[in-house]
Design a protein around this ligand. Structure first.
Ligand SMILES: Nc1ncnc2c1ncn2[C@@H]1O[C@H](COP(=O)(O)OP(=O)(O)OP(=O)(O)O)[C@@H](O)[C@H]1O
Ligand SMILES: [Mg+2]
Length: 272
């Protein structure tokens, strides 16, 4: 069974170290919940696993199915069966969604998909995700609502059929019905053996997809790797218990001191 093994992973962005020694194993077929306060490295971890060029790995290793993936390109990682639904999907004017999907499917598979099979797959996937078909014919994410962008990420996941799908705050911006639809798609794929690595700040999605483990990241490290009851606890109490029970100080995001408040809802940079 293909396993993702992360050892002592350090990574930086713009010269700032964000991941400070992450150790973690993700088995194919399991669903892992990834939690942690804002700015503590969750998205960074998923982006590093997928090979986003903005992040520089400075130490440690990531292997998938025994292969060092840090030396692989992002599309090679996708071909191996890894997938990332991003927290903030980019708008790509001029690139038609269905053309992008077809290129991605072709990059993932050995042989190019026929037009007939592609539209059959797209038709089924849009129905699974309950997405209006016209979104597939528009420019990728351009003018999509927040919820439509997220649903389009799930459409990509269904079409690419990865071994491990990493979903970064897929529930943010989704209405209650859409969360249920996304959870139903996840459950359908779980039954077929897909593994999930899911970031969310809320218990609602996790209640629907039943993770087998909960991981908590603080200050760029995994500080809890345990049973999913941690999710309920965080939902009810926040992260304070990590400080009081584990003795781990939670670094706050640095405040920008070069700002001055000009009212209750506006902040203006001081002009030097
Ligand atoms: N280009 C950049 N330049 C400087 N700092 C960056 C850059 N990109 C990310 N960071 C910083 O890296 C840190 C970790 O960010 P990351 O997106 O991994 O957090 P997160 O745990 O996913 O938070 P959230 O729950 O808010 O999504 C943050 O402090 C963020 O500001
Ligand atoms: Mg994030």
């Amino acid at each position: 069974m293909a396993t993702l093994i992360i050892k002592d992973l350090h990574a930086e962005v713009e010269g700032k170290e964000i991941l400070k020694g992450v150790n973690l194993t993700v088995n194919e077929g399991e669903t892992i919940a990834l939690l942690g306060p804002n700015g503590h490295g969750k998205s960074t971890l998923l982006n590093v696993i997928m090979g986003h060029p903005k992040y520089k790995v400075t130490q440690g290793s990531v292997t998938y199915d025994g292969v060092d993936i840090l030396s692989k390109t992002t599309d090679e990682r996708a071909k191996m069966g890894l997938f990332l639904a991003m927290q903030n999907p980019s708008e790509v004017p001029g690139v038609i969604n269905s053309d992008f999907l077809r290129a991605a499917v072709n990059a993932r598979n050995e042989k190019p998909i026929s037009t007939y099979n592609f539209y059959k797959l797209l038709d089924k996937a849009t129905k699974d995700v309950k997405m209006p078909f016209d979104l597939a014919t528009r420019s990728l994410n351009e003018g999509f609502s927040g919820g439509e962008k997220k649903r389009n990420e799930i459409l990509q996941m269904v079409m690419l059929n990865p071994h491990i799908a990493m979903l970064d705050e897929i529930d943010s911006g989704l209405d209650v019905d859409a969360i249920q639809i996304v959870a139903d798609v996840i459950k359908q794929e779980q039954e077929k053996g897909m593994g999930f690595f899911v970031i969310s700040h809320y218990a609602r999605l996790y209640d629907l997809i039943h993770p087998s483990r909960a991981i908590v990241m603080i200050n760029g490290k995994v500080v809890i790797d345990g049973d999913p009851s941690t999710i309920k606890r965080i939902d009810q109490e926040g992260y304070e218990f990590i400080k009081t029970e584990l003795g781990i100080e939670i670094a706050k995001e640095e405040a920008n001191m070069n700002t001055v408040s000009i009212g209750t809802c506006a902040v203006k940079e001081i002009i030097k």
